[in-house]
Design a protein around this ligand. Structure first.
Ligand code: FE2
Length: 467
């Protein structure tokens, strides 16, 4: 049965420039642009995707200045052009074709470029990113696609590239990892001074690479949290290889979850402790505390969340297994031990203040579904990591997206700022960008959009983009 929330999985084809009507009062310090990325269309020219992660990338920009302007554009990728011709190429979990050649092309020959996960500034470039290393540059003012960027220098590169680069806000250094597949597989960790440069930090040989959607960065360490959701790399290249990318991975809980702790300066793995098996997509933040590394992660028990995210399942309103739990892991590189602490049940897409990235934070912001996830999230939460209590904001009857905290540049408290979240009202079939007070979570203002924005993934606020 089609669920009320299925509107969030309905294709959006309009591309518009719009002066939003604003109700409420915007803070006078709020200036810059929120760029969100996510799937815009799930069907095109008679062809369709199987999985939420494979919807065609669409960028949405909200610029705050005198009021709020909104603009949305599809990323003009090869995947987009192919879909316009009625052919969704083999994606993360979509592939009507089971030909080995398609899988090989996806990873090795012409990496899949449906860059629908996040928009990031790398050096002077603004890029739409997915989990393959063929990024798509765009003009941040017009959202016009500019072209592909793929590293082809001498440093070791991977076939998969994490879309969640980590920025150290003190040094402005960007760090990322890639995974290379072949007879010998590696995780490669780099500092990334520009979209076309790499400074190699470390390469870790691995027998069966894991699917890791994000990682952690602190002033001195990179931490790869290696979940036991792994692939035999030969499965990608052997005769008879088949199926979309992610269906080649297997859950092997007997391996446990391993934390590779890498010294950023020396480029060495200083510890690799294992703990019991769990899975997750997002590291909310990490920092160092008295010799230990503290990681706040959203966890789920295993990798079945990926199966839940098939589009027919989501349109039917079956979200069981998607709701995460915010947990704190303390990794001691000396004793190679891991302590695990449960902080909050019922989260999705956790974030922290960009001012606190890599440093001790107090608050984590997240969508706040009920722990059984009987509906798509209808609230966001500000979770206090000291008290494990949360304050919530809900927009009666509407679905709320990933919360993005924007600090007040003149603020003194760590929660002096606003939280930006997209709200989709299934009754009016329209979305609004809501500005919520960072301390009280009271609504300050909302900017209306004349269409419904499909449920998306991630946003980034760029204060330098003032329109
Ligand atoms: Fe993500």
């Amino acid at each position: 049965m089609t669920a009320r929330s299925s509107i969030g999985f309905r294709s959006l084809t309009d591309e518009i420039d719009h002066d939003c009507s604003v109700t409420g009062t915007l803070p006078d310090w709020l200036s810059g642009t929120l760029i969100r990325n996510g799937p815009g269309a799930f069907e095109m020219a008679g062809s369709s995707v199987d999985h939420w992660f494979d919807g065609l990338a669409m960028l949405h920009a909200f610029t705050f200045g005198d009021g709020v302007t909104y603009r949305n554009r599809f990323v003009r990728s090869d995947a987009y052009r192919s879909a316009r011709n009625g052919n969704f190429e083999s994606g993360f979990a979509t592939g009507n074709t089971t030909l080995r050649d398609r899988l090989r092309a996806f990873l090795f020959e012409k990496p899949y470029d449906n860059a629908n996960i996040i928009a990031e500034r790398i050096g002077d470039d603004y890029l739409a990113l997915t989990e393959l290393p063929r990024w798509v540059a765009f003009d941040p003012d017009t959202l016009e696609t500019l072209g592909h960027v793929q590293y082809d220098g001498p440093e070791p590169a991977g076939n998969l590239a994490c879309a969640h680069l980590k920025r150290d806000p003190v040094t402005d250094e960007l760090v990322n990892f890639e995974t290379s597949f072949g007879r010998n597989c590696h995780y490669h960790v780099h500092s990334i001074p520009s979209a076309t440069d790499r400074e190699h930090i470390c390469s870790i040989p691995v027998d069966e690479p894991a699917y890791m959607h994000s990682f952690a960065l602190t002033p001195n360490y990179v931490v790869l949290t290696e979940f036991p959701f792994v692939v035999n790399p030969l499965d990608f290249i052997k005769p008879g290889a088949q199926g979309p990318f992610i269906e080649n991975f297997t859950w092997k809980p007997e391996r446990g979850t391993r934390f590779f702790v890498i010294d950023r300066r020396r480029g060495t793995v200083v510890a690799a402790p294992r703990t019991e098996a769990f899975f997750g997509f997002h590291h909310a933040n990490a920092y160092e505390d008295d010799g230990e590394i503290v990681l706040d992660l959203e966890t789920v028990p295993d990798a079945t969340a990926i199966e839940v995210l098939y589009i027919d399942n989501l349109r039917d309103g079956n979200f069981g297994g998607l709701s995460g739990r915010l947990e704190r892991f303390r990794v001691d590189p000396e004793s190679e031990t891991v302590e695990r602490e449960r902080m909050y049940d019922g989260t999705a897409l956790p974030t922290t203040s960009p001012d606190r990235w890599c440093r001790k934070h107090r608050y984590v912001y997240a969508q706040s579904p009920d722990p059984q996830m009987t509906t798509w999230p209808e609230a966001i939460a500000k979770i206090d990591t000291e008290t494990h209590r949360a304050v919530e904001f809900a927009d009666e009857g509407s679905y709320l997206g990933e919360p993005i905290f924007v600090p007040n540049p003149d603020g003194e408290r760590v929660d002096d700022g606003v939280i930006l979240t997209l709200s989709l009202d299934p009754a009016t079939e329209r979305s609004s960008l809501i500005v919520v007070d960072g301390e009280s979570l009271a609504e300050l203002a909302r900017a209306e959009v004349p269409h419904s924005i499909p449920f998306d993934f991630h946003g980034r606020f760029f204060p330098e983009l003032t329109g």
